[in-house]
Design a protein around this ligand. Structure first.
Ligand code: BMA
Length: 368
């Protein structure tokens, strides 16, 4: 009897320990998560930051998109940036009005696309921008820190934006949130030079729990995305905050593409991410990448295409996103007439690279 009791007690104890790390219960109802799961292995969503807001030579033209101008259709994934919202500004740090962002993201959702949000906040302590890699901010804003309450107000501004994202029927629009990315780099105040892994984990965890549990944002799934400064699973997980606050295992990588043959390193690192995602039953993605000004006209087929045609990558990752087309010396997707335009079109024409219509078709096939 004693033995049985002990076994039972142990069982209860083990269950409690493991529930801490259980995946979140809202995933079964999240249409993004479910559709990405259902099309896994059938295609990779192609994404572009600020795609509908502006491009080279245009700004806020209804229906316009550099990806569409070159490839014939919109991307399937739309990236947006929230930096500045925490200060109560009406525009983000790249001058995109938040009202416009709300409208465009709502439109993207209604067309069947997926929205993903990044956030490069100003420090609540002294208003410094995110790009202050030596500034000690994180210990002061996590629970127990002197500026924690002020930080919660910053998060409230983010929460209010998310809660205002509603479809025509008033339902909350599902989205991906990818905060505190590239923590393995030295350029952000949540990066390795100013923040240790333990504090980082607390920051990430608090951010997700506050938005999801305190502010009730259940339609959010989250992505963890170090930059490419890792080569093993152990290194990749250094800052990992826990299975219950992460849904997508990502990687940002511009750096490896800059070195000769670096696309092999990208494949290797994505292999690490994919393997971990399998073990944890999560999705994986190349959350940010690109070649500045697309200086290599073959970059899309020969570099990014090389990576996304690797059988393991092709079989497993959900999406790959390139950064914004800000102005004529800062863009990551070609515009019509650019030397890389035909190549980018050939890249997006591949069956497994999904633009918006391709993604919708696959989802519909799956539902039938
Ligand atoms: C960077 C650049 C900046 C921009 C920031 C946040 O990579 O594009 O110009 O402000 O992202 O979107």
């Amino acid at each position: 009897m004693k033995i049985i009791n002990t076994i039972l007690a142990l069982g209860v104890l083990l269950t409690c320990f493991s529930c801490q790390d259980q995946p979140k219960d809202n995933l079964s109802e999240n249409s993004i998560y479910q559709s990405l799961k259902s099309i896994k292995g059938k295609g990779i969503l192609f994404g572009h930051q600020d795609d509908l807001a502006y491009g080279i030579g245009w700004k806020y033209v209804k229906g316009e998109s550099d990806v569409k101008r070159v490839s014939g259709d919109y991307p399937a994934l739309f990236g947006w940036e929230l930096g500045g919202i925490e200060l109560g500004r009406s525009m983000n740090l790249d001058s995109v009005p938040f009202q416009k962002m709300n409208e465009l993201a709502t439109w993207a959702h209604e067309q069947g696309g997926v929205n993903t949000f990044s956030w490069h906040p100003f420090s609540v302590i002294d208003g410094s921008s995110s790009w202050n890699g030596k500034l000690v901010v994180v210990p002061e804003i996590i629970p127990g820190g002197k500026h924690h309450d002020a930080f919660k107000k910053h998060l409230d501004a983010v929460a209010d934006f998310f809660l205002n994202l509603k479809d025509e029927e008033g339902n909350q629009i599902p989205f991906i949130f990818r905060p505190w990315h590239e923590m393995d780099g030295t350029w952000f105040w949540w990066g390795v030079d100013a923040c240790n892994a333990n504090d980082f984990q607390k920051l990430f965890r608090f951010t997700i729990e506050y938005l999801r549990d305190e502010r009730g944002i259940k339609q959010m799934i989250s992505a963890y995305s170090p930059d490419c400064r890792f080569s093993t699973a152990q290194e990749y997980l250094t800052w990992y905050p826990g299975d219950d606050v992460v849904d997508i295992l990502g990687m940002d990588d511009y750096h490896d593409f800059k070195t000769e043959g670096g696309e092999h390193a990208v494949v290797q690192k994505l292999g690490v991410v994919i393997e971990l995602a399998k073990q944890k039953n999560k999705l994986s993605a190349l959350t940010e990448t690109g070649c500045g000004e697309v200086k290599n006209p073959q970059w899309f087929t020969d570099k990014l295409g090389f990576v996304l045609n690797n059988p393991n990558v092709k079989e497993n990752i959900s999406y790959a996103m390139v950064w914004r087309n800000a102005y004529n010396t800062h863009f990551y997707f070609p515009y019509p007439g650019h030397p890389a335009a035909d190549n980018a079109k050939a890249f997006t024409n591949q069956d497994h690279i999904l633009l918006l219509k391709d993604f919708n078709r696959l989802k519909n096939n799956h539902e039938q």
